[in-house]
Design a protein around this ligand. Structure first.
Ligand code: BTN
Length: 255
């Protein structure tokens, strides 16, 4: 695979896969490899993580062999405020892989969750290594997707789902992974405006009444769009439009 990267990646990207039985966190593993000078394209997959990381400092837990847990090392020629395009490419690639292998198409919830029937199917966590002047040295994008229902911790059964539940049959992790890499290669080579349009089109958050859990407190409104930087534009009851760069979104109902 050696196409010129539309999303700012080095030309000549090729994926090198390391599949581990167990690791603390695939994101941690790949970040360490990036610090040691590893090239773009390392992909680490684990059957089990003992200290999986979620967004906003949370943990990510799943029974061994029940999920596809992976991290990809990218070295995009991008400014830090363009990194949302890398996470969008990964989320879109996984959504496409699910469509290809499991036969249903997950929607996206801002910023990068995959949803099926309104329930969480997968989460995406990007962690960047920035140089002194804010230059992006590398970004590690991790995905955890519930392949079978054993992936779902008991406290999340009412809000999460798994590929086999939605598809009505068991889904092979290796097939899903192979499809993901093919789709990722395509999305990383997609021109930015097209990638952003694809992401926007699949974002179920747009048009929904939502509650945003922010460090500054919750805020409700209608999610009207995303901006060029991937931030969510929320129209509140007072008619103001608030730009949300980070936070957790709860879909209340479609408008
Ligand atoms: C979220 O909070 O929704 C994001 C979860 C991301 C979990 C994945 S599992 C593989 C990779 N390694 C980690 O430690 N986290 C990500």
């Amino acid at each position: 695979m050696s196409k010129r990267g539309g999303s700012g990646s080095e030309p000549g990207r090729s994926f090198r896969v390391v599949w581990l039985a167990e690791v603390d966190s695939t994101n941690r593993y790949v970040l360490d490899a990036a610090h040691s000078g590893e090239r773009e394209g390392l992909v680490v997959v684990a059957d089990h993580q003992s200290a999986g990381r979620g967004r906003l400092g949370r943990t990510w837990e799943a029974a061994s062999g029940s999920s596809l847990l992976l991290s990809v090392l990218l070295r995009p020629r991008r400014a830090v405020d363009e990194l949302h395009l890398c996470t969008a490419a990964v989320a879109l690639a996984m959504a496409d892989a699910v469509r290809d292998v499991a036969g249903f198409t997950p929607a996206l919830k801002w910023p990068n969750d995959l949803l099926a029937g309104g329930h969480k199917l997968a989460g995406v966590l990007a962690e960047a290594d920035l140089g002194a002047s804010g230059v992006v040295r590398s970004v590690v994008v991790g995905v955890g997707i519930n392949v079978s229902e054993q992936a779902i911790p008991p406290e999340l059964t009412s809000t999460a789902t798994a590929c086999n539940v939605v598809a009505g049959r068991s889904i092979d992790r290796r097939s899903l992974f192979d499809a993901f890499l093919l789709r990722l290669d395509e999305h990383l080579d997609t021109a930015d405006p097209v990638l952003l349009a694809d992401y926007r089109a699949r974002l179920a958050t747009i048009g929904a009444r939502v509650r945003v859990e922010r460090s500054a407190g919750p805020l409700e409104g209608v999610a009207v769009d995303i901006d060029e930087l991937g931030a969510l534009l929320l129209e509140t009851e007072t008619g103001d439009t608030v730009t949300i760069s980070a936070g957790d979104v709860v879909h209340l109902r479609p408008v």
